[in-house]
Write a protein that binds this ligand. Structure first.
Ligand SMILES: NC(=O)c1ccc[n+]([C@@H]2O[C@H](COP(=O)([O-])OP(=O)(O)OC[C@H]3O[C@@H](n4cnc5c(N)ncnc54)[C@H](OP(=O)(O)O)[C@@H]3O)[C@@H](O)[C@H]2O)c1
Length: 324
């Protein structure tokens, strides 16, 4: 396993991160332990989690697994989504951040998080309120670095400017969605990350499973996330995603490489991506993702695979006269 710098944090992380979203849900505690141990065997030192995952249970399971080796691991968690139907039990207010961080630390059995992510875009709370709260938890020693997930680029740029002006802890790590099926981040977020030397740990490299080949039309629908989870089913419902998957799977067949390996390797080969976050419900699923660590994707192959998806429009009205 290769190791890479995590942006400007001074941390060094494995080229792949493992996401614990399936812990306590599709993977019971025994399977979660097998997944975790397989990741350690493969050389991963980087694990992503969130308070939201199985309503805290994923953190509890991960917390038990990291005991005795916390010192060697980089652990994240996130705050922002609603945890109950109490109107103040969601979002990125100082109140919710302070409250949820305590819960995450307790469940994970650790006294600090390496990275604490704003999990979602809270449109009610001013950015200053969120960043000041993050500054405080960093000063308290409970969080080492601040991350942002699922914010638009303009808001991340605003946060960078505010933190610089007020000398608050800067945002250093981004966690956007990125796969061959979902390439919106290429327009603004990845260029922003490169310009500002932000680490990018991207999620859903398999498009929630659509790039694995198990959801092709004409085939019996398997018991997978895109059939049982309404939010994911809607996210990939448009015909364009089936078309991309079909072209990609045909390509993978021609090359003789497992589509999961190819899909993860394609994400990892983007120079703006620090590490993709892998997801699996069992070790069998995880293996072809891990195999991407040893897959050297040539620039030509990266371009061939990139050409299988429609180009994402640029974010300006005119792009033909730019100087570089
Ligand atoms: N910040 C955020 O908002 C956010 C959002 C989502 C995820 N994440 C993070 O990113 C991590 C990975 O995201 P993700 O789970 O969406 O990634 P993904 O790679 O797009 O999807 C993983 C899912 O694909 C299916 N799969 C994986 N390998 C397979 C194989 N070999 N054969 C068949 N199916 C396979 C499994 O689901 P089924 O078996 O159910 O089909 C698995 O759970 C999460 O654990 C979490 O840490 C963050």
């Amino acid at each position: 396993m290769k190791f890479v710098p995590l942006g400007r944090t001074g941390l060094t992380v494995s080229r792949f991160c493992y996401g614990a979203m399936s812990f306590g849900k599709e993977a019971d505690e025994a399977m979660s332990a097998r997944l975790f141990n397989r990741c350690l065997d493969a050389g991963l030192n980087f694990f992503d989690c969130a308070n939201l995952y199985s309503n805290g249970r994923a953190e509890e399971i991960l917390g038990r697994l990291i005991q005795g080796r916390r010192h060697n691991l980089i652990i994240t968690s996130k705050v922002g989504f609603a945890m109950t139907d109490d109107p103040n039990d969601s979002g990125l207010s100082r109140r919710h951040i302070f409250q949820q961080l305590e819960g995450s630390l307790r469940r994970l059995g650790t006294d600090f998080l390496d990275i604490y992510f704003c999990h979602t875009d809270d449109r009610l709370t001013p950015i200053e309120e969120t960043l000041r709260a993050m500054e405080d938890v960093v000063r308290q020693g409970k969080v080492r670095h601040v991350g942002i997930s699922n914010w638009p680029a303009w808001k991340i740029a605003t946060a960078l400017g505010l933190a610089a002006r007020h000398l608050w802890q800067p945002v250093q790590v981004l966690q956007p969605m990125y796969s061959l099926a979902k390439r919106t981040v290429e327009v603004e977020i990845l260029p922003l990350a490169q310009a500002e030397n932000l680490a990018v740990i991207s999620y859903s490299p398999l498009g929630g499973g659509i790039l694995t080949g198990k959801y092709l039309p004409g085939q019996a629908a398997p018991q997978g996330r895109l059939t049982v989870n309404k939010m994911y089913a809607e996210r990939y419902a448009e015909a364009v995603y089936q078309d991309i998957a079909k072209r990609f799977l045909d390509y993978a067949k021609r090359t003789g490489v497992h589509p999961v390996t190819l899909a993860v390797a394609w994400v990892a080969a983007n120079p703006a991506i620090t590490t993709p976050i892998l997801g699996a419900r069992n070790v069998e699923q995880l293996e072809p993702s891990l195999a991407a660590a040893d897959y050297e994707m040539s620039p030509d192959q990266w371009r061939e695979i990139s050409a299988l998806t429609p180009l994402v429009p640029v974010a300006t009205d005119r792009d033909e006269e730019r100087t570089a």
